[in-house]
Design a protein around this ligand. Structure first.
Ligand SMILES: C[S@@+](CC[C@H](N)C(=O)[O-])C[C@H]1O[C@@H](n2cnc3c(N)ncnc32)[C@H](O)[C@@H]1O
Length: 240
């Protein structure tokens, strides 16, 4: 992830500094409430892309006996280590999620095979990956993720929250913070109507390429995240 990428790096940390205790609060509370249910405390937790934990309930996650953090951003690693306390926290900076899946090399699935009791949390990065890949690469990555990573999740606790859509425009025109729950994955129309109402003019959203990445059966939650006063993200949360 580039140093100045809005999804990680310096721009993201500066945004967090500005908005974390204000417009990000409803989203952070929603994520914390969901994770308390989705990830009960256990022996080990693998966090994929935690950044500095700006949106994560670190006090809850720190109660795992061991944490393994997969995070390429050096500044994020320093900040989150400080917040968590250095003990029981191991970091890896190498990419186990994208390049190994595209190249057919050992990746996250191999790491998980060696840790059968570890829980896994994908920390709001799966909806950012398409921006660094061509369409063909992203299709190949999705196929490899479903073929290699999903089976490695079965039999363990796992959770992912990831961007489903984002949209721009003044926040005054949108509903305030929203939390929705469906018993299975909603269609785009169902989700749009539940979030923004069935009436009204059509909305233009940026699709983050995560629909259908995880199995469609089972509870799907959606949280709105007012990333900046101008930009709203619709974040999907799934677990198993
Ligand atoms: C949107 S941020 C996550 C935000 C985080 N959940 C929080 O609480 O602030 C996405 C993170 O994914 C990380 N990332 C990007 N590619 C990655 C990869 N291949 N493996 C692990 N992390 C990665 C980025 O460095 C960035 O910190």
């Amino acid at each position: 992830m580039a140093l100045l990428s809005p999804a990680g790096g310096l721009v993201y940390h500066l945004r967090a500094l500005r908005h974390q205790q204000r417009i990000w609060l409803p989203f952070r509370r929603a994520v914390a409430g969901w994770l308390r249910e989705a990830l009960p405390i256990g022996e080990e937790l693998v966090l994929v892309g935690p950044s500095a934990g700006h949106c994560l309930p670190l006090e809850h996650l720190a109660r795992f006996e061991r944490l393994l953090l997969l995070e390429p951003d050096g500044l994020a690693r320093v900040l989150i280590r400080r917040r968590l306390g250095a003990r029981r926290v191991v970091h890896r900076r190498d990419d186990l999620l994208v390049s190994p899946l595209l190249r057919g090399a050992p990746g996250l699935d191999d790491l998980l095979r060696d840790r059968p009791r570890a829980a896994v949390l994908f920390c709001n990065l799966l909806g950012q990956l398409q921006f660094g890949l061509s369409n063909d690469q992203h299709d190949s990555w999705r196929e490899a993720f479903q073929r290699r990573i999903l089976p490695a999740l079965s039999g363990r606790r796992w959770a992912s929250f990831h961007d489903r859509w984002s949209l721009e425009g003044p926040s005054g025109e949108r509903p305030p913070a929203v939390e929705l729950q469906f018993t299975q994955a909603p269609s785009d129309q169902e989700l749009g109507a539940a979030l923004f109402g069935a009436a009204g003019p059509p909305l233009q959203v940026l699709d983050h390429g995560t629909a259908g990445l995880f199995p469609e059966l089972g509870p799907h939650r959606y949280f709105t995240w007012q990333l900046t006063p101008q930009v709203l993200h619709v974040v999907e949360a799934v677990n198993g």
